[in-house]
Design a protein around this ligand. Structure first.
Ligand code: HEC
Ligand code: HEC
Ligand code: HEC
Ligand code: HEC
Length: 125
């Protein structure tokens, strides 16, 4: 009798554990890939953007935002991170994106960090 209830307790513990693991996986946040290869600029060489490392340094809202109903830049909404070209399709965007990266790198450099600020630091052949 004792053996039987022990078995039942064990089975339910295992089942509960399994449900928790499954729930944990489905609730886990999508943090996107570890790195991105930015290859739009053939002439300069492609860039490996270290997404995960940057996630460890800054909040998501530093780089991600949404589009407001009036077409202006909307606030960051968790779970709505998207590829930049979902909204930024223009030819001028690569340059704006570069400026976005560089502006922070220059600021961080002044603060004693060591991010790449020279062309070849980002555009690696
Ligand atoms: C320093 C800037 C930066 C930070 C901080 C950052 N990301 Fe990103 N993330 C990017 C860029 C840039 C891309 C897209 C590259 C592209 O469009 O090719 C991206 C793409 C993604 C994607 C892929 C979207 C898709 O549809 O494939 C997800 C998901 C994502 N980020 C989630 C996050 C989350 C969650 C955080 C915070 C924990 C975060 N990111 C922090 C810059 C950043
Ligand atoms: C859901 C749509 C959407 C996504 C996705 C998106 N943006 Fe934007 N972004 C906008 C809107 C709208 C504006 C304001 C209007 C504009 O400048 O195009 C804006 C403005 C900007 C600006 C300022 C542009 C300027 O003229 O100075 C930068 C830089 C920028 N976004 C970078 C990014 C980056 C990097 C990503 C990818 C991680 C990204 N955006 C993803 C909608 C989006
Ligand atoms: C909000 C500030 C910020 C933004 C935006 C940002 N970076 Fe960085 N980046 C950093 C810092 C800080 C470091 C690390 C400096 C150090 O290690 O001392 C770094 C390091 C790097 C490195 C070296 C590898 C590594 O991760 O240690 C590369 C390559 C890089 N960034 C590319 C980019 C590109 C491309 C973009 C734009 C898509 C970008 N970064 C946007 C702050 C930023
Ligand atoms: C902090 C990283 C970083 C540094 C430093 C950097 N770039 Fe870029 N650059 C980028 C990113 C990101 C893009 C957009 C790439 C994409 O969209 O695929 C870009 C795009 C470009 C483009 C294409 C612009 C367009 O209009 O299509 C050129 C040209 C370029 N870079 C040249 C340079 C030169 C020259 C230097 C040195 C003076 C330099 N870059 C330094 C990150 C950087």
């Amino acid at each position: 009798m004792l053996k039987k209830s022990l078995t039942i307790a064990m089975v339910s513990a295992i089942t509960f554990g399994f449900i928790m693991i499954t729930a944990g996986v489905s609730l886990a946040k999508n943090v996107g890939p570890e790195t991105f290869k930015l290859t739009q600029v053939k002439r300069m060489g492609s860039i490996t953007f270290t997404h995960r490392k940057h996630q460890g340094r800054f909040e998501c809202k530093t780089c991600h935002h949404t589009k407001a109903a009036d077409g202006t830049k909307g606030p960051y909404v968790a779970g709505q991170e998207a590829l930049c070209n979902t909204c930024h399709k223009g030819k001028r965007f690569p340059r704006k994106m570069m400026k976005f990266c560089k502006t922070c790198h220059k600021k961080m450099k002044k603060e004693g960090k060591n991010p790449p600020v020279r062309c070849r630091g980002c555009h690696v052949k």
